[in-house]
Ligand binder design. Structure first.
Ligand SMILES: C[S@@+](CC[C@H](N)C(=O)[O-])C[C@H]1O[C@@H](n2cnc3c(N)ncnc32)[C@H](O)[C@@H]1O
Length: 163
């Protein structure tokens, strides 16, 4: 089915694997969490959360190709029972089931996704952004040196009880 995106939020660019681990650590992902990735690409964030923490997750991508690749990768990793993938526009997704939300987009689209997060996520839900700041309030940020030697900043924001 063709789902027209409201916006193409970012081109495909994978998060390096050690930065994925840094994002899981910053969000303190546990087996009891439900993680969402808004624009999941090859599914690596949701798959790693399942493989290394036993967490359930949902990755969505606007491109059917990446949804299919993610499902194949989850199957190869033996975590299809935990990691689901669907074609959807990230800005239409109900975030209320999530306890952790990941995004690796660009500056303007991180802002749009952050606005959606505030409206849709439950209080206490963690939002972790790779590279681009979350301009919603106080965040905790860390630097991770990626496999390619570049330094990446990752940002954590926690939805307050009033959102
Ligand atoms: C920079 S990649 C990040 C991939 C993955 N999250 C990671 O960190 O490795 C951004 C992804 O967002 C997807 N995307 C772009 N616009 C979207 C939209 N409106 N809804 C859902 N996904 C979208 C792209 O197809 C791409 O796979």
């Amino acid at each position: 089915m063709f789902i027209p995106p409201r916006y193409v939020l970012a081109p495909y660019l994978p998060t390096p694997h050690n930065v994925v681990e840094g994002m899981l650590r910053l969000a303190d992902v546990k087996a009891s969490d439900t993680v969402y990735d808004l624009g999941c690409g090859d599914g690596r964030l949701v798959i790693s959360a399942a493989e290394t923490r036993g967490a359930r997750g949902l990755g969505v991508d606007i491109e059917p190709y990446w949804v299919e690749q993610s499902r194949l990768n989850a199957s190869a990793a033996g975590v299809s029972h935990l990691a689901r993938f669907e074609q959807a526009d990230a800005l239409d997704l109900d975030l209320s089931p999530a306890t952790v939300v990941f995004a690796y987009l660009v500056h303007w689209s991180t802002r749009l996704v952050a606005q959606h997060f505030v409206k849709s996520a439950r209080p206490g839900t963690r939002l972790v952004s790779h590279s681009f700041p979350i301009e919603l309030g106080p965040t905790r940020s860390e630097s991770v040196v990626a496999e390619d030697g570049t330094s990446r900043i990752i940002h954590l924001f926690i939805a307050p009880s009033s959102s």
